[in-house]
Design a protein around this ligand. Structure first.
Ligand SMILES: Cc1cc2nc3c(=O)[nH]c(=O)nc-3n(C[C@H](O)[C@H](O)[C@H](O)COP(=O)(O)OP(=O)(O)OC[C@H]3O[C@@H](n4cnc5c(N)ncnc54)[C@H](O)[C@@H]3O)c2cc1C
Length: 447
């Protein structure tokens, strides 16, 4: 049974937030010998981590079992191609090198069984690892954390602020229910997608677009870290999911695009290589009228994506046309533009690359299907600057004593803006920074 901790003390590691980063940090600190208090705002674990599909790591035993050759250098090249080299090189290297060992450690400690999913946009190898969805991941993780004798969890306990001593070192937290003193504090409260004011301030282009993430993710770590003298980086970085059916609050499934769907604007014209998913189309749509577009596919694609499309079909989120003109009329877009887009796409499908650099795999042919789709905000990826131990940094590059941050609460590896997200990088950052921060915090308590 977990040991009760009253009031805390200087030998305690406090972890704020029971999402992926916080749970991994708690487990890593406890396994390194520390007593840990995990404090969560809501009454259930998971945060945005429970909403994920998969995460990416390079060079895992699961990849080797499938004969997939991959390594951190190839991963670094892919990350850098996507983010334009604008993220912290130290963090990029950390994620690429530590992703696979941390994933395997997690699997061994929790019993989570990962499999390698099909390829994801921007990755030169198959390296997305899933385990039946984010909730399955969270369920196994919390089960292990809950049973650990060194970890106590407090639910429904929002943390309001940090407590600092006169030198500026973190020595505890102020919760809604009182003060808890601690030797180390790890901030893992996720990003700030649910905080409309912060989104408007840091990402003006995303102001007002639908938010699809967890309601508890309100930027509390950023606020607390800044109050403690920390600095932030890449605050306008976020995951812009481009194909969200706003009226029914339903995402159109990603495999539509990978199986050949196209996106057009009101004029019926395409505007991007859709397979640079999700950030390529998402970032472009932020500048389009209504921040929306129209996703067009055909019967072959509908058939190939049938299982993922089932919720969309059940709720009739798209319309059908026996010709592109009929579909355009139903969607209220320009028919000439749409038929020209389909013609040009089909011309490239006979062995070429289209004007956006996409290589179509097959012809689009009638009957057609289409839905109006809106860009939505999944998670934010800017946050507190940290080093490779997860220690929170000041403007001069020195650390704030005893303070750590990880996951969406910290700067990620997507660089600035809306175009740098490489699929699967969000949860990767959560587990790797959670692991290194938890271990470093526990070991420095013993020094
Ligand atoms: C719909 C959706 C799909 C996604 N799909 C993927 C994907 O397939 N692959 C991928 O890599 N990434 C994906 N992401 C991004 C990914 O979810 C995040 O990058 C990752 O989960 C962040 O983990 P975290 O632990 O930092 O934060 P979270 O998992 O969000 O956890 C934060 C926790 O902190 C708690 N908290 C907040 N404030 C306080 C406070 N003051 N006191 C105490 N507790 C607090 C919250 O309640 C929450 O439980 C997706 C995001 C969304 C929204």
């Amino acid at each position: 049974m977990a040991k009760a901790i009253d009031g805390g003390d200087s030998a305690l590691v406090v972890v704020v937030g029971a999402g992926g980063c916080g749970m991994v940090a708690a487990l890593a600190a406890a396994e390194s010998g520390a007593r840990v208090l995990l404090v969560e705002k809501t009454d259930i674990p998971g945060g945005n981590t429970a909403l994920t599909t998969s995460l990416v790591v390079a060079g895992s035993r699961y990849q080797r079992d499938e004969g997939i050759e991959d390594d951190p250098e190839a991963f670094i090249a892919d990350i850098t191609r996507r983010n334009g080299g604008q993220a912290s090189p130290g963090l990029v290297k950390l994620m690429a090198q530590q992703g696979a060992p941390v994933l395997e450690w997690l699997a061994d400690r929790t019993g989570i069984e990962f499999t390698v999913a099909q390829g994801a946009s921007g990755h030169s190898q198959r390296r997305a690892h899933g385990c039946g969805g984010g909730w399955a991941f969270v369920r196994e993780l919390i089960s292990t954390v809950t049973k650990h004798p060194n970890i106590e969890i407090r639910w429904s306990t929002p943390v309001r602020s940090l407590i600092l001593d006169s030198s500026g070192a973190a020595i505890g937290i102020q919760t809604e229910k009182g003060v808890i003193t601690a030797g180390k504090v790890i901030l893992a409260t996720g990003g700030f997608g649910a905080n409309k004011d912060m989104v408007a301030h840091y990402i003006p282009k995303a102001d007002g677009i639908p938010y699809r993430g967890h309601p508890g993710v309100e930027g509390d770590s950023v606020r607390m870290g800044l109050e403690a003298g920390g600095v932030v980086a890449n605050m306008d970085s976020f995951l812009p999911y481009p194909t969200y059916f706003r009226p029914l609050q339903l995402p159109m499934p990603q495999p539509l695009i990978h199986n050949g769907a196209i996106l057009v604007g009101e004029n019926g014209g395409r505007f991007v290589d859709e397979t640079r998913y999700p950030s390529g189309p998402g970032a472009t749509m932020l500048d389009m009228p209504g921040k929306c577009a129209y996703e067009i596919f055909d019967a072959r694609i509908r058939q190939e994506v049938a299982s993922e499309l089932a919720p969309v079909i059940a709720r009739q989120a798209f319309v059908t046309g026996s010709s592109s003109d009929e579909l355009a009329a139903k969607l209220g877009i320009d028919p000439k533009g749409l038929s020209q887009s389909i013609e040009e796409y089909n011309a490239a499908a006979s062995g070429g690359t289209d004007q956006f650099g996409r290589t179509p795999q097959a012809l689009l042919s009638a009957p057609f299907y289409g839905a109006q789709v809106w860009v939505s905000l999944y998670n934010t990826q800017g946050g507190l600057r940290v080093n490779e131990n997860g220690q929170a940094l000041k403007a001069d590059g020195t650390t704030i004593p005893n303070l750590y941050a990880g996951g969406d609460a910290s700067e990620g590896i997507s660089g600035p803006g809306a175009t740098g997200y490489l699929p699967g990088n969000g949860t990767l950052t959560a587990i790797v920074l959670g692991k290194v921060a938890g271990e470093h915090a526990a070991r420095s308590l013993q020094d």
